[in-house]
Design a protein around this ligand. Structure first.
Ligand SMILES: *[C@@H]1O[C@H](CO)[C@@H](O)[C@H](O)[C@H]1NC(C)=O
Ligand SMILES: *[C@@H]1O[C@H](CO)[C@@H](O)[C@H](O)[C@H]1NC(C)=O
Ligand SMILES: *[C@@H]1O[C@H](CO)[C@@H](O)[C@H](O)[C@H]1NC(C)=O
Ligand SMILES: *[C@@H]1O[C@H](CO)[C@@H](O)[C@H](O)[C@H]1NC(C)=O
Ligand SMILES: *[C@@H]1O[C@H](CO)[C@@H](O)[C@H](O)[C@H]1NC(C)=O
Ligand SMILES: *[C@@H]1O[C@H](CO)[C@@H](O)[C@H](O)[C@H]1NC(C)=O
Ligand SMILES: *[C@@H]1O[C@H](CO)[C@@H](O)[C@H](O)[C@H]1NC(C)=O
Ligand SMILES: *[C@@H]1O[C@H](CO)[C@@H](O)[C@H](O)[C@H]1NC(C)=O
Ligand SMILES: *[C@@H]1O[C@H](CO)[C@@H](O)[C@H](O)[C@H]1NC(C)=O
Ligand SMILES: CC(=O)N[C@H]1CO[C@H](CO)[C@@H](O)[C@@H]1O
Length: 262
């Protein structure tokens, strides 16, 4: 009698154990499915905004028969299955950037560089709190940088917009992206003064703002940028600017340089 009782207790215990493990497993695999669907829809919106894809990269690799995390150029967090990296650089893609991309709310690295994308950057991109790297260089993008660019990007380390056709002023509020290490705004159509607040970005290692229509003095505060290793500034020494910039591009292997030097 005793034995039967303890056996029964044991099987109830085991059953409970199984139930807990099963529910944990279900929770893990179904967690945030609505977020992963949102990620998929955001990438499908991007695909729909690409008007020309000469290597059929998106047509071949981005389809709903495979999970988003298996798509080429996409990487996900292994636990949440949220998209953390989007790299579709150097594919000669034409088209525009849809605002739905701003729904990739776990994205850390966005690389759309070396394509032929046009239009402006949707402001929704600047609401992705987790962003660290943004490479949009070597496209045909235009518009202004919004003054609230850094309001929701506390972790931004890498911002490259060169070369493109952005205009307007360089916002002084860029200094709120306090972790910026690489800032490349060169080869655009920026005008106005160079904001002294950039001198607050003391982690800057690379600063390219040359080859724009900026005016005035280089702020004294730039003397505070003690980590700076490479820079181009709007001086008369255009040769120097190009040299620095070429070095940057050859070291970062974006082999699409010829077309804009000419
Ligand atoms: C869907 O994409 C996968 C690779 O991610 C590819 O192997 C497969 O052929 C594609 N299917 C269609 C119908 O294009
Ligand atoms: C997606 O990728 C994972 C890991 O690389 C692999 O195990 C799985 O079979 C892939 N799924 C499909 C549908 O291709
Ligand atoms: C990004 O994509 C380009 C072109 O497909 C590739 O050469 C490069 O290695 C990729 N970078 C990363 C960090 O995956
Ligand atoms: C995604 O972004 C678009 C445009 O920014 C928005 O209209 C939509 O409601 C967002 N949410 C989802 C879940 O797709
Ligand atoms: C951001 O870019 C830097 C330099 O290319 C790289 O070392 C780093 O791993 C990237 N971070 C992410 C989150 O992709
Ligand atoms: C920039 O940061 C300061 C101090 O943290 C804050 O008061 C200000 O509102 C921020 N401005 C923007 C545009 O993000
Ligand atoms: C940034 O720099 C400006 C001018 O150089 C200064 O007035 C301001 O206090 C600084 N802001 C922060 C948050 O360090
Ligand atoms: C930055 O530079 C300015 C002017 O050169 C100086 O007055 C200020 O104290 C410096 N700030 C820091 C934080 O080093
Ligand atoms: C983005 O891709 C280009 C070309 O593949 C590369 O040179 C650049 O370093 C990448 N940006 C980041 C932040 O990794
Ligand atoms: C279990 C899990 O990953 N939950 C996350 C789902 O997504 C929301 C918003 O992105 C997060 O706040 C949760 O932590």
């Amino acid at each position: 009698m005793e034995r039967v009782h303890s056996l029964r207790m044991m099987s109830i215990f085991l059953l409970l154990h199984c139930l807990i493990i099963m529910s944990l497993f279900i929770a893990a695999t179904t967690a945030n499915t609505s977020s992963t669907i949102t990620d998929r829809d955001a990438l499908l919106a991007l695909k729909a905004h690409i008007t020309h894809d000469p290597t059929n990269f998106l047509a071949k690799n981005w389809n709903t028969s495979t999970p988003v995390c298996n798509w080429t150029g996409v990487a996900c967090d292994i636990h949440s299955h949220r998209v953390t990296v989007l790299n579709i650089s150097s594919l000669n893609l034409r088209g525009t950037i849809p605002s739905q991309l701003g729904n990739l709310s776990s994205l850390q690295s966005l690389n759309l560089s070396c394509n032929r994308l046009s239009g402006s950057i949707p402001s929704a991109i600047f609401t992705i709190y987790t962003l660290k790297n943004v490479s949009l260089g070597k496209n045909q993008l235009s518009g202004e940088i919004p003054t609230n660019i850094c309001s929701n990007l506390p972790f931004l380390e890498f911002l490259s917009l060169s070369p493109n056709m952005f205009h307007g002023g360089i916002p002084s509020t860029l200094s709120n992206c306090t972790y910026l290490r690489i800032l490349s705004l060169a080869y655009n159509d920026f005008s106005g003064a160079i904001p002294r607040e950039i001198g607050n970005l003391t982690k800057l290692k690379v600063l390219y703002i040359g080859a724009n229509r900026l005016q005035g003095e280089i702020p004294r505060e730039f003397g505070n940028l003690t980590e700076l290793e490479q820079f181009s500034l709007p001086t008369n020494n255009l040769q120097g600017i190009i040299l620095n910039f070429l070095q940057f591009y050859s070291s970062s292997a974006c082999f699409c340089i010829h077309s804009f030097v000419h």
